[in-house]
Ligand binder design. Structure first.
Ligand code: PLP
Length: 355
């Protein structure tokens, strides 16, 4: 509390990011980063960018990056928005599209930043409960609202809706923006980007942080019809005209161009996820069917917070989220095969020892 803070700042409940511990030699499975690292071509492009032109401001429109992002999915630069991480893209979208007075709808268990943006921009929202299997039921999203936010695949469950369900949601709310946050879509779900040309109310948000292993560069993007892109651009240019620096623009562009590296790392994650899910099942965990680079698991009779603490003693960090519906679950990032084996053998020890 401070007498210098505005009333709004007093009311804020900021997002708490996953821990970035400063210890060496951790098996870090808590924030869904890629275990494989970015494309070597992206790293080279970033080094070259650092060597040339840093004296000058970057392209405020990130035109090259937006062009290659559009080309990859059959859209144009005018259908693409980029921001400093998809968190910034999401923030701009909340401010640009959701101030219509009625509550915004999103799941009770989903990315916790959505609530934070509602606080920052004073937007009402209504939490729509997941069903008892932790799934999203589109029928629960009917009725008047200020907009809909859908993480697909959802976080932290990892479960995804098919395109038919996304289409149903878009048809339900033709006069409201339906924001589909596809941070994890590359790990096996269907992207709604193919619906952009048909639906003026669709905003698809993606990121370089997970499947392209550039979390450190902070690059997010969105696909939509030009009307929505212009709305986002108006907010951006009223906030920060240069959200992406030269290094980030160069690295992200080269990462998009290295499709082979991208496909290869995504495939590795998917195949490790399959093995990890089965083996966690053998250890007595319920494992939700994940289409993301993490698994969400609940043990039949062991306390999740305690398991996380025991893992931490063995230098393995996973994510435990407090909350009525989440406190019995752990979210575990799919690491390399070797990291997952270390996790599994630690869990075997922990589960044997303290029965
Ligand atoms: C990681 C994540 C983001 C944020 O990604 P950045 O691009 O790194 O800001 C957005 N949405 C969800 C659901 C995420 O898990």
């Amino acid at each position: 509390m401070s007498r210098f803070w505005s009333p709004l700042v007093h009311r804020l409940t900021p997002y708490v990011p996953g821990e970035q511990p400063r210890m060496a030699d951790l098996v870090k499975l808590n924030t869904n980063e890629s275990p494989y690292g970015p494309s070597p071509r992206a790293l080279e492009a970033m080094k070259a960018a650092a060597d040339n032109g840093m004296r000058l401001y970057p392209d405020p429109e990130s035109l090259r990056l937006r062009t290659v992002l559009g080309e990859r999915v059959g859209l144009e630069a005018g259908n693409v928005f980029v921001g400093n991480g998809s968190d910034e893209v999401l923030a701009h979208a909340f401010q640009a599209f959701f101030g219509h007075g009625e509550p915004i709808l999103f799941a009770d268990v989903t990315y916790s930043f959505y609530k934070v943006y509602c606080g920052l921009y004073d937007l009402p929202y209504r939490l729509v409960p997941l069903d008892e299997d932790m799934g999203i039921q589109v029928a629960d999203y009917a009725g008047p609202c200020g907009g809909v936010v859908l993480a697909n695949p959802n976080a932290p469950t990892g479960m995804a809706l098919g395109l038919d369900e996304v289409r149903r949601l878009l048809d339900m709310h033709p006069d409201r923006v339906v924001l589909v946050d596809e941070a994890y879509v590359d790990f096996g779900a269907e992207s709604a980007v193919s619906l952009v040309k048909t639906y003026p109310n669709l905003l698809v948000v993606q990121t370089f942080s997970k499947s392209r292993a550039l979390a450190g560069a902070r690059v997010g993007f969105a696909f939509a019809q030009p009307e929505l892109i212009e709305g986002l651009t108006r907010v951006k240019d009223s906030f920060n005209s240069y959200p992406l620096d030269r290094i980030a623009q160069a690295g992200a562009t080269a990462a998009v161009e290295d499709e082979d590296w991208f496909l290869d790392s995504v495939e590795k994650v998917i195949s490790t996820r399959r093995v990890l899910s089965a083996k966690l099942g053998d250890l007595g965990f319920k494992v939700l069917p994940s289409q993301a680079n993490f698994v969400y698991v609940q043990h039949a009779d062991r306390d999740a917070a305690e398991l996380a603490a025991h893992l931490r003693e063995r230098a393995i960090i996973v994510r435990h989220l407090r909350g009525v519906r989440t406190s019995s679950w752990l979210r575990i990032t799919v690491g390399t095969d070797q990291q997952c084996e270390m996790l599994l053998s630690a869990l075997r020890e922990i589960l044997l020892r303290n029965c």
